[in-house]
Design a protein around this ligand. Structure first.
Ligand SMILES: Cc1ncc(COP(=O)(O)O)c(C=O)c1O
Length: 442
């Protein structure tokens, strides 16, 4: 086809990349062109061991046959069906399969396209729930310092990462924050759940006393804070949050975008900690990261509160064009089937002791000030370079990529969350590579 349209040169400038130092990246790009199981392939044909499940999402590893086939078939059979006032069977089937693996009582599912949208959806459900119950004064939302709940306005309002908030004005009104639970002085080098800090949950009582329970709709936390650098809740902390929220009629939302789908060695972190919230927010591992999709699981109490009034009226004015999209639903079903066939939702529990011992063997290496782990997630915190925070960990990230290992860094923390199919010798490779990088790091 001949056309006189101008052609933009095929360079890197047009794509404004997310959460990336664009100018630096475009001077020395790092690109993947293929992936299989535990490895990526770079443009120059190198294999890179995936220490982070992509972005905490490819829990079953890469290009898994069942998921690939399901997407291919679905695209050829039913590409799209309207999400409003129409349906298609796979979205219903996926909702049921999700309820099957969810903690008891979380019986209904709203679909979204990302973790961020799931967070917004959950916050809106919380506000609307209290209103349909006749408690419309409950409008406050409580998050936590250092929390990450995606990038939309509700999520950054309840979130507690300064860089993600400070550029964007006054955010949502009526939001308060509990303190984060990270305490290097007392908990450094904890294996699994740290000992100190349960009482930090009592800060919620202080906030309730300040605002009065009748003004508070919901509390949202990540059971294990991931993006801020893997902060594991102190013993008994989540249970105490559950007790306080229940006592005051406040909904508890667990943001399990990272912890969902086997990351801790249980289907959800709620199972790991034995604490059931009123809603679970998830995404990422729901489709093995392959097709964008998120979900919010809610209790029957919440769902049923909306199912009132004339039946021709829409019960909840919320949804996305792609809620329960057929191809995403097919990917989700094939993903859950892969997890089931290979026992991946609990495999993390088997591998966790080996992972823990390997990771903690890095204690004493240069710059390391903490190592922490739970299930198949871990973090190595480095002493920042004075006056140049993040630089040291980022240098480790680049070096790791060059050496054939994908890690994730946030601040001066190296985070690891390998696919749940990882084998012991691959854990050794991760740790050996990190050891040599740390030895050579400025
Ligand atoms: C706990 C948590 N919530 C929400 C999100 C946002 O998900 P997404 O990037 O799919 O919008 C993330 C992403 O890392 C997350 O870790």
């Amino acid at each position: 086809m001949s056309t006189n349209l101008p052609v933009t040169p095929n360079d890197l400038s047009a794509f404004w990349m997310p959460f990336t130092s664009n100018r630096q990246f475009k001077k020395a790009p790092r690109m993947f062109v293929a992936a299989k199981d535990m490895h990526y392939t770079t443009t120059d044909g190198r294999q890179v061991l995936d220490g982070t499940s992509g972005l905490w999402c490819c829990n079953a590893g890469h290009c898994r046959p069942k998921i690939v086939e399901a997407i291919q078939q679905q695209a050829a059979e039913l590409d799209y069906a309207p999400a409003f006032q129409m349906g298609h069977p796979k979205a219903f089937e996926l909702a049921n399969r999700l309820v099957d693996i969810a903690p008891a009582g979380l019986n209904h599912v709203l679909f979204t396209n990302s973790g961020s949208e799931s967070v917004e959806t959950a916050l809106k459900v919380a506000l609307a729930y209290h209103r349909v119950k006749g408690e419309g004064s409950r409008t406050r939302l409580i998050g936590r310092e250092r929390g990450y709940h995606g990038v939309n306005f509700g999520g950054i309002s309840v979130g507690g990462i300064v860089t993600n908030r400070k550029m964007f004005g006054t955010l949502l009104a009526g939001v308060d924050h509990m303190p984060h639970t990270h305490n290097l002085a007392k908990n450094a080098y904890s294996k699994g759940v740290p000992e100190y800090g349960t009482e930090l949950a009592d800060e919620l009582e202080r906030i309730v006393t300040l605002h009065d329970a009748s003004t508070i709709a919901a509390v949202i936390v990540e059971p294990v804070a991931g993006s801020t650098g893997v902060l594991i809740p102190p013993q008994g902390y989540l249970q105490r949050l559950r007790d306080i929220t229940k006592k005051h009629g406040i909904l508890l939302i667990f943001d399990e975008v990272i912890t969902g789908f086997g990351r801790l060695g249980t289907p959800f972190a709620s199972d790991y900690f034995g604490v059931t919230p009123d809603m679970i927010v998830c995404a990422k591992g729901l489709t093995n990261g392959v097709i964008p999709m998120g979900a919010v699981l809610v209790t029957s109490d919440i769902h049923d509160a909306f199912m009132q009034g004339p039946e021709h009226v829409i019960e909840f004015f919320h949804g996305y064009t792609y809620s329960g999209n057929p191809i995403a639903s097919a990917a989700g079903l094939a993903t859950l089937e892969t997890y089931r066939e290979e026992g991946l939702l609990t495999r993390g529990a088997e591998m966790a002791p080996y992972f823990e011992a390997a990771l903690h063997s890095l204690k004493g290496e240069r710059h390391v000030i903490d190592i922490r782990n739970i299930g198949l997630v871990g973090a190595i915190e480095l002493e920042p370079i004075a006056g140049a925070p993040t630089k040291r960990a980022f240098a480790a990230f680049v070096k790791a990529f060059e050496t054939g290992l994908l890690i994730r860094t946030t601040g001066d923390i190296i985070a690891l969350s390998p696919p749940l199919i990882i084998e012991k010798h691959q854990i050794d490779t991760i740790v050996d590579t990190l050891r040599s990088i740390l030895k050579a790091l400025d």
